[in-house]
Design a protein around this ligand. Sequence first.
Ligand code: 13P
Ligand code: SF4
Length: 368
Amino acid sequence: MLRLQRPLPAAYLDASPDELADRIAAAKATLGERVFILGHHYQRDEVMRWADARGDSFRLSVLAKERPQADYIVFCGVHFMAESADILTGDHQQVVLPDLNAGCSMADMADIDSVEEAWESLAEVTDIDGVLPITYMNSAANLKAFVGRHGGAVCTSTNARAVLEWALNDPDGPRARQVLFFPDQHLGRNTGHQMGFTEDDMAVWDPRRDLGGLSEARVKEATFLLWRGHCSVHQRFRPDHVADFRERHPDGVVIVHPECAHEVCEVADQVGSTDFIIRAIDELPAGTHVGVGTEIHLVQRLDAETDKHVESLDPLVCPCSTMFRIDAPHLCWTLERLVEGDVVNRITVDPDTAHWARVALERMLAIT
Ligand code: 13P
Ligand code: SF4
């Protein structure tokens, strides 16, 4: 998706880190309670130090909703998170993303046209009333709305299992025989395995190929139709990284995010969302060596801020390049424009999309 961020004025690009820090502090103080700055766990330290709240994507949106006195929510994260915050907050609140090019490459792997096409193709070969669409939080608002309109729900990496159990295994009778899960095939596959399903129950839907690249028989029989999407950061982790860590630290603990490939999750000690990883590390004895499979800024912060030795499983892992776009110059520019009454980079979701996306989000909340 093309979102164009205009270049910042030289006054921001050329400013020293100390000058930017002074200016951010001054603008934040002037705005007071009217501004609420949210920082996702993957943000860099020069941004995170200004966050009024840190959290995972879902928690931050809920926190914004619980702050009605804040007219401006400055979301230091990526585009789909700012959209979710706009959907969940009041009409008087304006959500701002400091750099419009901070998208999520995984979220962009599913767009509304290809999902609607997939749905139509599915309807030609299988009983579509027996299929529920489930979308990961990491998706555009119009995909959440699609799911809301078709009786499905959103899920996060924390509650994916509960949402999929609701769809497929409800004690009062399953709501669906099949799920179309997008955009992250890995979260879908890992959760399916946790629920006791096997590879035979899962088929990968490739949106670039006719009928997802599957035979009619496969489409009909697979319980999980997993969209061919992935996170380029988490997909880098390999079982060899885990083996190498265990050789260096036989008593160490391996914790990975469920966006990692299934063969990595299988050999990890614990698997969970960013919030889960933080809590799990907190509960380990001081001095434990922990190998983590998630974005590097969170790993480095956990090493610096806890009494454990926390390292990335992949020594060459790159940061999430889109999260990385949010930096001190963009934050400073955003806040100083707000002081002038100029709301730059506002993220809005149109009322109909917001309504149906909220339906899908509220279904998730009711389930979990
Ligand atoms: P969380 O939902 O745990 O914040 O994860 C979001 C994300 O983008 C992980 O890559
Ligand atoms: Fe998207 Fe992956 Fe970055 Fe998370 S880490 S925001 S899933 S690209």
